[in-house]
Design a protein around this ligand. Structure first.
Ligand SMILES: [Zn+2]
Length: 480
């Protein structure tokens, strides 16, 4: 079975085809290769903010894919042959297209530049010498195809003018995969279009074994933790990765990796994942229920693994102090119950809302420091203390979803160091968040179960073929 699919998101025709058998590859290279591969994967991830739905709460696959492509953004232009040819044509008659913002006087003129910190499109165009009217015309043309509020430093663009100084073409590189180009047509109007390079989506398998030693804080090491996050998330019902991982536990996964001209640019979906250890073997599958617009993760028996209440409102942290009604207060040194869970985490670590709800308090509150309170269904409230700061754009009354960032770990108020104090109130009384039962979302509908079983059977078989003998440092535990 070929495990490679072509993803053609292009408005241009795609010429490249390739196939690859991810499993035969991993089989033939054995376990050592598995270790190497994981290392390579992690290294590639440096600087790439991927699998962001965990981190930023954007759960849709298009959002993830877009993030993936955006994350891979560099300064380089696309290099597909189509484009090279087109560029060559465009540059005929252009005396020089140069360095950033260096216009060249000639019959036609092209200027390339880069978005700088604090830039708006208006500012960029002004800087490149366009008057307000011309800039306005371009901005209007671009708006349907490009979200101008989301341009970021480092993105590049090229402006091409005719001899009369009238803009003929504007091209903006959103990411390695996406460009937006506005061209002046024969009718004199500027029209913008999105041009997406065709990327190749390969399904690849990864496997490894947990060695048990602590892994240095992945964040501190500048390593990306997206795949790890996925595991932590998708198995959250069955496993607590802060305590339940043991030496010799094994993990296996089949994941989509997106390539542009052979270069890895980001992860797509994790299609299947397995974690086996002392606590048994757990599997999760991405599956799109017939009639459903989005795919979700389900356990092997069709149960949902989507949580409606997170036990841990942080991606990575370590419990530094549990719920204890008789604890001595570390700062006040008096017996003062500890009505929640403390998570030690680096300052600035994003804090998630543990469940969907509405913000009922957001501000400074004595010893709690910067504090957010979110009200949820079933008379539940969650309280987050000692924050360094709040998420921009939210206020009292704002609705949040589970995993929406609401603030950042800090040490404001009475705190001995950066940590999140996470409290949960049920009917107005504090309860132990660690002992809360999580409720599951809806599972696969009965009428679709046979189809689900059929679809996942192949994935189970594919997972079984992934070698996972190689020992790796435990990526699921973060040493702070
Ligand atoms: Zn606390």
């Amino acid at each position: 079975m070929s495990r490679t699919k072509k993803r053609n998101r292009s408005t241009q025709s795609s010429k490249r085809r390739s196939t690859r058998r991810a499993h035969s590859e991993s089989r033939s290279h054995g376990s050592h290769r598995g270790t190497l591969r994981l290392g390579v994967v992690i290294a590639i991830l440096v600087g790439i903010n991927l699998y962001v739905f965990l981190w930023r709460g954007e759960t849709s696959i298009p959002a993830v894919m877009e993030k993936a492509s955006v994350a891979g953004n560099g300064n380089g232009a696309l290099v597909d042959s189509h484009e090279q040819e087109r560029l060559a044509q465009a540059q005929r008659g252009v005396s020089n297209t140069l360095g950033t913002g260096t216009p060249v006087q000639s019959a036609t003129r092209a200027v390339s530049g880069e978005v700088a910190s604090g830039d708006s499109m208006g500012r960029i165009l002004r800087r490149e010498g366009m008057d307000a009217k011309a800039a306005d015309e371009l901005i209007r043309a671009l708006s349907p195809s490009l979200d101008l509020s989301k341009i970021r430093p480092g993105q590049t663009f090229t402006l091409r003018f005719d001899a009369g100084g009238v803009l003929q073409e504007f091209e903006f590189h959103v990411s390695k995969v996406r460009r937006v180009r506005a061209t002046r047509g024969a009718d004199g109007k500027l029209v913008a279009e999105q041009l997406d390079a065709s990327t190749e989506l390969r399904e690849e398998s990864l496997g490894g074994q947990i060695e048990g030693s602590l892994y240095r804080s992945l964040q501190r090491a500048g390593e990306d933790t997206d795949l790890v996050s996925f595991f932590v998330d998708v198995f959250a019902y069955d496993l607590n990765f802060y305590v339940d991982t043991h030496p010799n536990d094994a993990y296996r996964m089949i994941v989509e990796k997106e390539y542009l001209d052979g270069e890895f640019i980001g992860y797509g979906r994790v299609l299947a994942a397995e974690y086996s250890g002392k606590s048994g073997t757990h599997r999760a599958f991405w599956w799109q229920q017939p009639g459903s617009k989005v795919g979700k993760y389900f356990g092997e028996s069709g149960q949902s693994v989507e949580k409606t209440f997170l036990k841990t409102p942080l991606k990575f942290a370590r419990v530094s102090s549990g719920f204890n009604p008789k604890r001595m207060h570390p700062v006040l040194h008096v017996e003062k119950g500890h009505w929640g869970t403390d998570y030690a985490a680096p300052p600035g670590t994003p804090i998630w809302s543990a469940a969907p709800g509405r913000i009922t308090f957001r501000g400074r509150r004595g010893g709690a420091g910067n504090c957010v309170i979110v009200k949820h269904e079933n008379n539940l409230q969650t309280i987050y203390m000692h924050m360094k700061g709040f998420k921009k754009g939210q206020k009292v009354g704002s609705r949040v979803r589970a995993k929406d960032v609401i603030g950042y770990v800090g040490s404001t108020g009475l705190a001995t160091g950066p940590h999140l104090h996470f409290g949960v109130k049920k009917n107005g009384h504090y309860i132990d968040p660690q002992k809360m039962k999580m409720t599951r979302g809806a599972g696969v509908a009965k009428k679709h179960m046979s189809r689900f079983r059929e679809d996942t059977r192949k994935l189970v078989a594919a997972l079984a073929e992934i070698p996972a003998e190689a020992a790796i440092r435990n990526p699921f535990v973060v040493e702070l």
